[in-house]
Design a protein around this ligand. Structure first.
Ligand code: AMP
Length: 538
């Protein structure tokens, strides 16, 4: 029997319509490409998204056509999110930190018809323009007086002129909620990047879920600063979640250095922010060096890579709650969160205990988790036994966009293979032990590179550490540690080894320690361990 409820689709356009209607004057502060701050609000973003939607229609775009963006976190990117998806097209965010060849591959694979480009990427796009076969027009996210001459020479159009030329009355279509709304390619550390197509439904449900109290706890009283880029997995859903609940938005643009982030946080009274560990490491160092405090900030979500225990402790000392979040491009991205309040003595106690690491947490309602062994058999959820983590849910990808071998790459019997190794407690708390391909197998036993790195990073001289396997005749593999020291520290292998000796099992102690100036990172801030492994082979 059918219910008597209305069949109202969950649509991205409904988020911005709601924000304009109920939180229209709520401020959005946006750092634009010339470094200045632009102030707008949800009513204005709604109106300008409608103008953009009219522009896209006038250019002859058809339902589900892809529209690419190469942009920072700013108000124009936000308008594009809503104008494109709301009108029934697919907003394809592209990571500008990828190599030019990868960007060409991604744009061509997605068949993008229009590209929106921040002025800082005009040179990049102009350089490969001839190879972008499907692209009909390039729009520079700028006003007429800040259009780079190179953009004008290349025949690129001006965003503000496009917006000004169109009407703000737009009849948002009643789309199927399962239609594609967004597209993001995985970083592609192995093989070609693969596209994950988000639906209206998955985007709305994910945004609703991350607003809840034990996830990001967002509401009208929150000022959200997404440091996590809008070009990667929809900025962790924050550009959809904030307008949904009328939270104030602070968009940091291109200036992501510690001093700029600190300044923006304190002057704009940011209460919630989110990003990868590397960003926070520099911010915390800056705060220490300047004996500053970060008073307005109440909560930071840390994810994309394991949050080092020492990082959580440093935030706690500043009175800032930490949410350790786990996710993937394929999981929209938030799948697990672990809220660690600065004030809860049990959490603090737990975290300073050497064996109790900061776990990735419980699945959000909607996400299910399980771990399996090498034969795909179930592994018990006892917090100790580990296995391959699989997930499923309404915002988890079941396959990739236009990718023939997708089924074998991702989906597995209705579950998505994350590529991570994890333990799960009886009550559902998950701990990511390692990336399957990064785990070190020594004498038949697993060594978690993440645990080793955490132990190394708890040393006061260590800024960043990465553990990888080196082939070993006797043991199969042995761990090797790469370490970046804090400025002014002197490398001491003996000091670091004895520090590790009190924190991990004896046979986990790395055979070699290499002090390096920096570690290789992916475009989304993860350490590229494949590069370190090949360095070792050489
Ligand atoms: P991506 O799809 O590029 O965002 O990468 C997803 C991968 O990042 C996951 O499969 C994990 O290996 C890793 N990751 C994300 N968040 C965390 C976290 N909190 N702890 C450990 N690993 C993480």
């Amino acid at each position: 029997m059918r219910s008597t409820m209305m069949d109202q689709p969950l649509l991205i356009s409904s988020i911005i319509r709601h924000a304009a209607a109920c939180h229209g004057s709520t401020e959005i502060v946006s750092r634009v490409s010339d470094g200045s701050l632009h102030r707008t609000n949800y009513a204005e973003v709604y109106e300008r998204s409608a103008k953009l939607a009219n522009a896209l229609i006038s250019w002859g775009l058809q339902s589900a056509n892809r529209v690419g963006t190469l942009g920072w976190n700013d108000h124009r990117h936000l308008e594009i999110y809503y104008g494109v998806s709301g009108a029934g097209f697919v907003c394809h965010t592209i990571n500008p930190r990828l190599f030019a060849d990868q960007i060409v591959y991604i744009v061509n694979h997605a068949n993008d018809r229009v590209l929106f480009v921040d002025p800082s990427f005009v040179g990049l796009v102009a350089g490969v323009r001839e190879r972008l076969h499907s692209v009909e027009r390039v729009i520079v996210m700028s006003s007429a007086n800040t259009m780079p001459p190179e953009a004008i020479a290349a025949g690129f159009e001006c965003y503000e002129e496009v917006v000004a030329a169109h009407n703000s009355m737009f009849d948002w279509p009643r789309l199927d909620e399962n239609d594609a709304a967004g597209l993001c390619y995985t970083s592609g550390t192995t093989g070609d990047p693969k596209g994950v197509l988000y639906s209206h439904r998955s985007t709305v449900l994910h945004a609703l879920a991350i607003c809840t109290p034990d996830v990001f706890n967002l509401g009208e009283g929150t000022t959200v600063m997404p440091v996590v880029p809008m070009f990667h997995v929809n900025g962790w859903g924050l550009p959809h979640a904030a307008p949904m609940v009328g939270a104030r938005l602070v968009l940091p643009g291109q200036k992501l250095d510690a001093a700029s982030l600190y300044w923006l946080t304190t002057t704009e009274k940011v209460t919630f922010t989110a990003g990868v560990p590397t960003v926070w490491g520099s911010l915390l160092d800056w705060i220490d060096e300047n004996s500053a405090d970060i008073a307005p900030l109440q909560c930071v979500a840390i994810g994309g890579a394991a949050c080092p225990q020492i990082m959580a402790e440093r935030f706690h000392k500043l009175g800032v709650d930490v949410i350790h979040a786990w996710g993937m491009t394929e999981t929209s991205p938030v799948g697990l969160t672990n809220r660690c309040p600065a004030s809860a003595p049990t959490a603090l106690e737990g975290m300073t205990h050497p064996n109790q690491r900061l776990k990735q947490g419980k699945p959000l309602f909607g996400v299910e988790t399980r771990i399996v062994d090498d034969n795909d058999g179930p592994v018990v959820h006892d917090g100790t036994a580990s296995g391959r983590l699989q997930v499923r849910g309404p915002w988890i990808a079941s396959t990739y966009f236009n990718f023939p071998s997708a089924q074998t790459d991702g989906a597995n019997d209705g579950w998505f293979e994350t590529g991570d190794i994890a333990t799960i407690e009886e009550v559902g708390t998950v701990e990511i032990v390692d990336r399957a391909k990064d785990v070190i197998k020594s004498g038949g036993e697993w060594i978690s590179s993440v645990t080793l790195e955490n132990a190394a990073m708890s040393h006061s001289d260590v800024y960043e550490a990465a553990a990888v396997a080196r082939d070993d005749e006797r043991w199969g593999e042995r761990p090797v540690l790469f370490v970046v020291l804090r400025p002014g520290s002197t490398p001491s292998k003996e000091g670091l080894l004895s520090h590790l000796g009190t924190r991990v099992a004896r046979w986990w102690i790395p055979d070699e320690i290499h002090f390096v100036d920096e570690l290789p990172h992916t475009a989304t801030g993860k350490v590229v361990k494949a590069t370190l492994r090949s360095r070792l082979k050489q």
